[in-house]
Every structure is written in structure tokens, then in C-alpha cells.
Design a protein around this ligand. Structure first.
Ligand code: AG3
Length: 276
């Protein structure tokens, strides 16, 4: 038996027992698929766990559905990163959606996910989906004032993903949203990655008027406590009462109306981090 360990910090590791491993090197990163005993297939990029068959629903539901439900009628949606397809799959549950663009820099992540993670990548061939193999920043510059919802499904802010957490980048995101547009980003662990989390919140707040943070519990990510930051310039994202009826129509296992109703309820220490 092999064990795989992600080093969550210099002092903390998360280990899983593995039946077999496949490793490829793309021009951007090392891509590993692990067949784990407890979590099913696991996708790892440069040593960082991205998703597993067993708990992916939590992250993908919580990343996609809050901004989609907060928007009054999302038709055009963009995912930046997210080459495994899990976020795209959740977006397509919303009947108002006409097109989903996926902008992923690393084509090999998509290929590997299609081959080894069929339940996650299942909707990548949906006719509403268009895949662009491109740098997210350049892609946004070419599409101003277009999207209703933009979802940042990136890895940690190191290497290729680092630029995706800067206010320069969020300004491009803002310019690519049309009226009533909403963006969301995965913003790391408030416990084990406090600096990343605080930084992302600060950079997003420089660009958007209305910003809110919510959490989900994801066993395979550092500390298990994970944050998402949702933002808009012209939608009051705090008003989670308004479209709550749409939540019931979704097939979900984590996201539900009681979570949506108190989406922005945060533990005290997390509020304190944000107010610092
Ligand atoms: N993107 C967020 C992964 C961050 C995990 N970080 C870590 N393991 N240190 C996931 C992409 C799934 N579509």
C-alpha cells in the first residue's frame, strides 16, 4: 500500500491510503490521479488536492449555487479554472442558463478528468458548454460586459494561480460582468491559510461594493473549513430571501435552503480576521 500526503502547512499533513497512482506532467504542472481507499479517485495538482469523488459535491455545490441563486436570471456563466468540470455540472442545473464558458489554462487537466473522473466531468460535452484553453486574464480582456456570473475555480494562490487573486485581476472580472452580475471565488481556509484568505477578501473588496464570505466543510482541503467570497457591484448579495424558492429545484446533497438563508453566518474568529 502507498500513502499520499499533502503538506497542508510546514507542520501539518493530510494522508490517504492509495491503491494506485497515475502521474503526468503538463507544461503547467504535475497532474496526479490517485485511487484512494477512502475518497475514491482524487485529483492532485502540484501536490495540492483539488477534488475527490467522495466529497467533491460539497465544494462544487457551494461554489456554484450561491451566486447562481443570488442572480435574478443567470444566462451567461463563466468558470475560470475548474477543468475537472464539477462546477460546470452544477451550473447546468439552473434552467435559465443559456451558455457556460470554461476557461482553463491547462488542457491536460480536462483530458485527465474526462478519463478518470467521469462523474465530475460528465457535463463537459453538454451543448451549452464551450471550452477555451486560455489564460483567464487575457480571456476576460476580450469579453467586456458580457457575463451574469463569473466563478473562480482556482487552486491555491501559488504558481500559475497567484495572479487570479489580485485586485488587477478582479477588476477584469468586474469589467466582464454585465448589469446585475455576480462573481464568486474560492478563497482558501480561514484556519490554516489565514493570510491567503484575508488577502483574497481584501483584494476583492478593493474592486466590488458588496462582498460576502461564506463557508463549507470539505474534509480533503486544509483544515476542512473552506471559504468562498461572493461579490457584486449592483446586487445586494445579503438579500438571500429573494430567490430562495429556486433552491428547492436543485438536486443537491449539501446546499439547501437553510444554508442559503443564513449563508453569511460566520464564526466570530472569521469575522475578526475580515475586520482586521
Ligand atoms: N480548487 C480549489 C482547490 C484548493 C485546494 N487547496 C489545497 N488542497 N491546498 C478545486 C478545483 C475543483 N474543481
Amino acid at each position: 500500500m502507498i500513502w499520499f500526503t499533502e503538506h497542508w502547512t510546514e507542520n501539518v499533513g493530510f494522508s490517504v491510503k492509495v491503491n494506485w497512482a497515475k502521474r503526468v506532467k503538463s507544461p503547467y504542472q504535475e497532474i496526479v490521479i490517485l485511487d484512494t481507499v477512502e475518497f475514491g479517485k482524487m485529483l492532485v495538482l502540484d501536490g495540492l488536492v483539488q477534488t475527490t469523488e467522495r466529497d467533491e459535491f460539497i465544494y462544487h455545490e457551494m461554489l456554484a449555487h450561491p451566486p447562481m441563486v443570488l442572480h435574478k436570471n443567470p444566462e451567461r456563466v463563466l468558470v475560470i479554472g475548474g477543468g475537472d468540470g464539477g462546477t460546470v455540472r452544477e451550473i447546468l442545473q439552473h434552467p435559465s442558463v443559456k451558455e457556460v464558458h470554461l476557461c482553463e489554462i491547462d488542457e491536460m487537466v480536462i483530458q485527465v478528468s474526462r478519463e478518470y473522473l467521469p462523474s465530475i466531468s460528465s457535463q463537459l460535452d453538454n451543448p451549452k458548454v464551450k471550452i477555451f484553453i486560455q489564460d483567464g486574464s487575457k480571456f476576460l480582456e476580450e469579453r467586456q460586459n458580457y457575463y451574469d456570473v463569473i466563478i473562480m475555480d482556482s487552486s491555491d494562490p501559488v504558481g500559475a494561480s497567484q495572479v487570479l487573486f489580485s485586485s488587477e485581476f478582479y477588476t477584469k472580472v468586474k469589467n466582464s460582468l454585465r448589469e446585475g452580475g455576480i462573481m464568486v471565488a474560492q478563497t482558501e481556509s480561514p484556519i490554516l491559510q489565514e493570510e491567503y484568505f484575508k488577502n483574497a477578501y481584501r483584494e476583492i473588496s478593493k474592486v466590488f461594493k458588496n462582498v460576502g464570505v461564506y463557508l463549507a466543510y470539505i474534509p480533503t482541503y486544509p483544515s476542512g473549513m473552506w471559504s468562498f467570497t461572493v461579490a457584486s457591484n449592483d446586487v445586494n448579495i445579503r438579500d438571500t430571501g429573494k430567490n430562495v424558492g429556486r433552491v428547492k429545484e436543485l438536486k443537491t446533497k449539501y446546499f439547501c435552503d437553510s444554508i442559503y438563508n443564513c449563508l453569511f453566518a460566520l464564526p466570530k474568529f472569521v469575522q475578526q480576521i475580515l475586520n482586521k
